[in-house]
Design a protein around this ligand. Structure first.
Ligand SMILES: NC(=O)c1ccc[n+]([C@@H]2O[C@H](COP(=O)([O-])OP(=O)(O)OC[C@H]3O[C@@H](n4cnc5c(N)ncnc54)[C@H](O)[C@@H]3O)[C@@H](O)[C@H]2O)c1
Length: 461
């Protein structure tokens, strides 16, 4: 167990960082003939890289050769234990080495264990004082990000959001000032502003994009800058400074017009994007994998989301389930374009649960993997979605438009994420429809307002 955290004193910075990534911790312990000679944190490594160190240099050059340590003889010394805990919090390390009087590494105390020792000693119960890994949500003030931020905080992470607030401040208003939440108004296209924001984080979830087919088609250059060039420039920065856990939100729309009634599409199925938005997703996915192939330790994971539904601090009514439900509640009539095409669906809270599971998974299990995020039972034809909405909102009339310009048609398998992470959806389509309609009954939201629709909003900018 101790061995997972240890590299020899002749190891390179690259090897030390791999050790940190694979142990899931934040430090590597450097030993020489079983004696501890230093300690290096992922923060130490990133600072050194930003000052010009190469990954091939010996880790001994950047390690702290006089770190805070506990000796076995100090394990009953309350002052020393609380100093050790303070040291972990200040440095962002999550593990304290325990050595004997001959500097031999005997054991490791993780933050919770040290906390338990200190609080037992001081008889205090400060349950929220754990070292919390920080996650950077780029584009985290949007529909998914504003739900994900809360879930991550509830699950012991610190959350930092960087977003240019294209759709207003409303989604973050109730989060600003909350413990464990930080917000920075920044534009990913200005990569120079991202360096400080990412240098001290454990992982990145990237979702700052021009989202949706119509929004991308409206301004293709903005889509190119944001959805492709900026993602790869930012990922290159992350890989350079060894922020290696990079969660990229892709989309099942990469499968495009691809439905086969007899077979669900898997991650290995051919990609057939039919819009600029989906084409950008395909290019960015492959750009991230190529970057990983020529980088050391960089471990992107490509999450291909089903179409999302449900309530959020930044509701979107340009998504099929939400749009139909709002039309049913407000207008009494829903329009279905085409209707036969297949579409997988997933609730926004379930997407957030899937991202949490990915962040908690061992890096080797997810590195460079594409994963469909959804549930086999939530594949529906668009006509069936309309019928579900009509059942959920009594009195709804359905208007069928046979002419359909949306060529997307895909029925997707979500076996891989279930097998790898045990992930299954917890919210059904009918529960999501009920949630949206109850909210619209309670609140005087004008669902036609541009702020709830990416295309309309962009037209006004
Ligand atoms: N919602 C879905 O159904 C769905 C389905 C598949 C994939 N996805 C993917 O999930 C991610 C998030 O989607 P969402 O539904 O939350 O979208 P959203 O439009 O609600 O959020 C996008 C956020 O990115 C921000 N942003 C845009 N350009 C930026 C820039 N240059 N710099 C900083 N911030 C910027 C916006 O201000 C917004 O807050 C996207 O990558 C999207 O492609 C979403």
């Amino acid at each position: 167990m101790v061995d997972r955290y240890v590299v020899q004193d002749n190891a390179t910075i690259e090897q030390a960082m791999r050790c940190i990534d694979q142990s899931g911790g934040t430090v590597a312990l450097i030993t020489y003939r079983k004696r501890l000679v230093g300690l290096v944190t992922n923060g130490d490594i990133r600072r050194a890289i930003l000052q010009g160190s190469l990954l091939s240099r010996p880790v001994a050059e950047v390690m702290n050769s006089d770190p805070f340590l506990l000796r076995t003889s100090e394990m009953e010394d309350n002052t020393r234990l609380s100093e050790a805990l303070m040291f972990l919090k200040e440095t962002g390390a999550n593990v304290m080495p325990v050595i004997d009087d001959d500097s031999r590494l005997l054991d490791l105390l993780f933050t919770p264990q040290l906390e338990a020792l200190v609080s037992r000693a001081l008889r205090k119960t400060d349950g929220d004082s754990k070292q919390r890994p920080r996650i950077l949500l780029v584009g985290g003030a949007g529909y998914i990000g504003s739900v994900l931020a809360r879930l991550l905080i509830e699950n012991g992470f610190d959350v930092r959001v960087a977003d240019r607030l294209m759709y207003g401040r409303e989604p973050i208003e109730t989060l600003i000032g909350q413990p464990h939440y930080e917000f920075f108004r920044s534009d990913i296209r200005h990569i120079e502003n991202m360096i400080d924001l990412v240098a001290d984080v454990y992982a990145v979830v990237h979702m700052a994009e021009i989202v949706g087919d119509p929004a991308c088609a409206l301004d293709p250059s903005l889509a190119l800058e944001t959805n492709f060039l900026s993602v790869l420039a930012f990922a290159t920065l992350c890989s350079h400074i060894q922020v290696n856990r990079f969660v990229y939100l892709s989309s099942c729309s990469v499968y495009g017009a691809n439905s086969n009634p007899d077979k669900l599409l898997t991650e290995d199925s051919p990609l057939n994007p039919v819009s600029l938005y989906a084409q950008m997703k395909v290019k960015t996915e492959s750009g991230l994998v190529e970057l990983a192939e020529r980088s050391v330790n960089f471990s992107p994971v490509l999450l291909r989301l089903a179409t999302v539904f449900g309530w959020s601090l930044r509701p979107r009514f340009d998504l099929v389930v939400n749009r139909m439900t709002a039309q049913a509640v407000r207008d009494g009539t829903i329009t279905i374009f085409g209707g036969e095409q297949w579409r997988p669906n997933i609730h926004v809270s379930d997407v957030s649960r899937a991202i949490l599971a990915v962040l908690q998974a061992p890096v080797v299990d997810i590195s460079c993997r594409a994963l469909n995020v959804g549930d086999n039972d939530l594949n529906y034809q668009v006509r069936e979605i309309g019928e579900s909405v009509a059942r959920g909102v009594v009195g709804t009339r359905i208007q069928l438009e046979v002419d359909n310009t949306d060529k997307r048609d895909y029925r997707v398998s979500f076996d891989a994420i279930r097998e790898l992470l045990g992930f299954e959806a917890s919210v059904s389509l009918s529960d999501g429809i009920r949630e949206i309609s109850e909210f619209l009954d309670l609140e005087s939201v004008d669902f036609h307002h541009p702020r709830y629709n990416n295309l309309y909003s962009l037209r006004m900018q």
